[in-house]
Design a protein around this ligand. Sequence first.
Ligand SMILES: [Zn+2]
Length: 295
Amino acid sequence: MTTAPLRLLAVHAHPDDESSKGAATTARYAAEGVEVLVVSCTGGERGSILNPSYGRDITDLDEMRSVRTVEMAEAARALGVQHRWLGFVDSGLPEGDPLPPLPEGCFALTPLEDAAAPLVEIVREFRPHVITTYDPTGGYPHPDHIMCHRVAKEAYETAGDAERYRGRGEPWTPLKLYYNHGFSMARIRAVHEAMLGAGLESPFGDWVESRAAREIPEREVTTRVPVADYFDARDAALRAHATQIDPDGFFFAVPRDLELDEWPFEEYELAESRVATTLPEDDLFAGIRPPEETA
Ligand SMILES: [Zn+2]
């Protein structure tokens, strides 16, 4: 058991990932008095302009970094969370056959200990009880997402060990590690079918078909956090990433009423735990909260 304030650390690969994965959860906990820190491993320098209404192209890495720094600050304000950069450079999403090599010096090519060291330092300083990140596949096969998983798991495992990462702060042992599963097949199907049932065009049609065809094994969802009151904050945070998020696109295709009826949660997989908890859960701090706080 633990004394307040509880602290949550959400580790993401690029600015905008915190707004598309688990955003309403961070907004909810922050509003409830939990200290929430979002870490972006890279500056998103190699992202493309994905919003057709953005109006101009940016190809220079330094310019992209500065534009996305401003976007990220606005998203963090919308969610009510603290934010830190880990300071690595976006690896880009390699495309083509054969795939081109990753750019020199990028995050995904950084040796694990070098890449994890600044995160271990943040964990020892911020002292989170809970850490969230992606599953070992990255949730989506971007080299930075896979690397993000690796550094977050490394930090979870080693931050409490005084023999590791010496000179990077006083040891702190986080209690739970979760993987984000915002796009579980259960959610996709439920929303997809409800959209069709309402006579609307579903944004998930291709997704349902391609997932079924590829038979991707579903990872386990252990924890559903109710977040109905925080979709506004999530959407404001998404819109803050104007270079990346089309305000008329995919992320806004599901009407709010339908989303509230079908899926007022965000989902997680409890990957590691140093406390006893009973699955399924509806709270990332289950087993950690002082008993009088348990809802
Ligand atoms: Zn990303």
